[in-house]
Design a binder for this molecule. Structure first.
Ligand SMILES: [Zn+2]
Length: 354
């Protein structure tokens, strides 16, 4: 991956975007994309919509959600310990022992998630550990409630401490790879098309609030009114002991994006994506899904009178933990695939299943 793209990716990963608090990351995307865009606007919901060749009649929307799971401050106790509620699907088993960052109006405050030490847990607590966010708190080192309250208001957003760890062989680990990698890919795809002649209008949308019900894709797809809508989101890889090989199809980090098929997917767009991948020698992995997808593709497909929906699944390990893992090559190949797809799509290609 070239340095400029990698810098953008790492900047996204280090910028907080807990669901409902996405403005800082939208600013990062806007700053990067404005030189490539014919159209760049934020809507009232907070989605950032970037478009090129927007006069064309046929519209293609690429969606990557910018929000990441996080927390909101609910209560500060007499010791100055800060209790939080989850934003999105927090896995409470991995919370204790992590570092947290609280985003106040006056700047960031660092803390650690604490819980009752193992020595003090009852026999029942030890043998049947029931992890509940209510039994954990953030310790910022405040002397007492008064000091903590002065620094942190109720309702302030929080994330795990944001960082990127480069592992061997182009693997990276970071909180929020779900779905900042998808956001990165859709913006890179648009950048790769920016100097080409397209027959279609191409919109890359940084959608908000996916983690609480695909809400940004619902509103932005209504606004953009696309004919084709492709979501890019992480998916469960099968290449680690946590996977269940008989219950999922193979999905391996570094082997290219997954191209979904099934009821959530328009078969013509799916076929075109696979055709383009083969022609351009871009690796991909077929990902059948008999159910509707739990991501923006689901919202886009049922917009207005229907959208020809498709989805790329980016192989991911340890989803919704602070140490999610993805492979840089998969991100590059996904962006390339979407760009090549957009370049070859005709104004009149029939999208009706036949
Ligand atoms: Zn996601």
């Amino acid at each position: 991956m070239n340095k400029d793209s990698k810098d953008f990716l790492f900047k996204l990963l280090k910028t907080p975007s807990p669901t409902g608090f996405e403005v800082p990351i939208q600013r990062v995307v806007q700053a990067r994309m404005k030189k490539y865009a014919d159209y760049i606007e934020t809507d009232v919901h907070g989605n950032l919509i970037v478009g090129i060749n927007t006069k064309a009649k046929r519209r293609v929307m690429l969606a990557g959600h910018c929000d990441q799971i996080g927390f909101m401050v609910r209560h500060i106790d007499h010791n100055g310990c800060i209790f939080v509620d989850p934003l999105g699907g927090i896995d409470a088993t991995v919370v204790p022992g992590t570092r947290a960052t609280i985003y106040t109006d006056k700047g960031q405050i660092h803390g650690v998630f604490g819980r009752k030490p193992i020595h003090l847990q009852t026999g029942e607590e030890r043998s049947r550990p029931k992890f509940d966010l209510k039994d954990m708190w953030i310790d910022i080192g405040a002397k007492d409630q008064k000091e903590a309250q002065k620094l942190v208001e109720i309702g302030t957003p929080v994330t795990y401490e944001l960082n990127v760890l480069e592992l061997r062989n182009d693997y990276i680990s970071s909180p929020g790879l779900d779905d900042k990698v998808g956001l990165f890919i859709v913006m890179e795809a648009l950048r790769l098309c920016a100097r080409s002649r397209l027959s279609v209008a191409l919109y890359a949308v940084s959608t908000v609030q996916e983690e609480v019900g695909l809400r940004g894709a619902t509103t932005s797809a209504y606004g953009v009114d696309p004919h084709v809508g492709i979501a890019v989101d992480v998916t469960f890889s099968s290449d680690n002991p946590g996977a269940n090989p008989t219950k999922s199809s193979p999905c391996i980090l570094g082997k290219g994006p997954g191209i979904y098929s099934g009821p959530n997917i328009n078969p013509i767009v799916e076929e075109q994506l696979k055709k383009v991948a083969k022609a351009k020698r871009i690796p991909y992995q077929p990902l059948p899904s008999s159910r509707l997808l739990g991501n923006d593709a689901r919202a886009m497909q049922a917009t207005r009178a229907g959208v020809a929906a498709a989805c790329l699944g980016i192989p991911n390990r340890y989803m919704h933990t602070p140490v999610e893992v993805c492979h840089l090559k998969d991100l590059e190949n996904s962006a390339k695939l979407l760009a090549e797809f957009a370049k070859q799509l005709g104004e009149r290609t029939n999208l009706k299943p036949r």
